[in-house]
Design a protein around this ligand. Structure first.
Ligand SMILES: [Zn+2]
Length: 253
């Protein structure tokens, strides 16, 4: 999965301890193979999601680029600083990351975001990316665990948090909820989310790109439902035929 020509080291100042630490960045010339319904992009011979969480090699703080590069609120500094004073997080820097370190880096970043109660939507985005890591590694059991967490957090977010959150709109989250449920095989729940948006003219004007995705997923969901109904009808027909045969036997006797 790693290709050292696609990654490089940069030095960044840790927002928690203020020391300089090395982190890995991915180059932008990546070849896309496909993108899943929930926006998980598969690249040729490389997985940039491996490098999303940066970990400070001095103090053990971890966050994605956005939170690592931003000034940390004093209260968060105190909460995480107090925690790390009592513990030693050993995380060695290496240019290329492999699966155990990838998962450890995500879990650390998630742990700190949960500790300071970051927005549900922000935490959900990390759960979702970790689910993608497991998906690409074909670990369906763990993928499902983190997809469920991401879906639950986005659901809570949509009812409790004020949108838009940065670039993220509530329509994008609704679409994502539909897509995640579809990835988990729940066609019914996915349909509930997507059906609410498919005829939204305002959304068609404000975000035509998202509307294209919604329509594509809607078509796919309708096909899946038709397939499932055909299967059910076939099963029922077979059941009725069996019943007819059994009744016929009884009548003959
Ligand atoms: Zn640090």
């Amino acid at each position: 999965m790693a290709d050292s020509s696609l990654v490089f080291t940069v030095e960044k100042t840790c927002p928690l301890c203020g020391e300089v630490t090395r982190v890995t960045k991915a180059k932008s010339r990546l070849v896309v193979i496909k993108t899943d319904w929930d926006f998980c992009t598969h690249y040729r011979d490389f997985n940039p999601y491996y490098y999303v969480p940066w970990v400070c090699e001095k103090c053990g703080y971890a966050a994605d680029e956005k939170h690592f590069s931003a000034a940390m609120p004093t209260s968060h500094k105190k909460t995480i600083g107090d925690f790390l004073k009592r513990r030693h997080v050993e995380f060695k820097y290496s240019l290329e990351r492999y699966m155990p370190d990838v998962v450890a880096a995500y879990k650390l970043a998630i742990f700190y975001e949960e500790m300071v109660h970051s927005s549900m939507a922000y935490r959900a985005s990390l759960y979702l990316k970790l689910a993608w890591i497991y998906r690409i590694a074909e670990d369906t059991e763990n993928e499902r665990i983190y997809l469920i967490r991401a879906a639950e957090s986005y659901e809570k977010s949509i009812y409790t948090e004020r949108y838009p959150l940065g670039d993220l709109t509530d329509s994008m989250v609704m679409y994502l909820l539909g897509a995640m449920n579809y990835e988990m095989g729940d066609v019914e729940k996915a349909t509930q989310y997507i059906s609410r948006m498919v005829n939204d003219n305002g959304l068609r004007l404000s975000n035509p790109k998202l509307m294209d995705k919604i329509k594509d997923l809607w078509t796919e969901l309708r096909e899946k439902r038709a397939e499932e109904q055909a299967k059910l009808a076939k099963k029922n027909a077979a059941g009725v035929a069996k019943l007819d045969a059994a009744l016929e036997k009884r009548v003959k006797k």
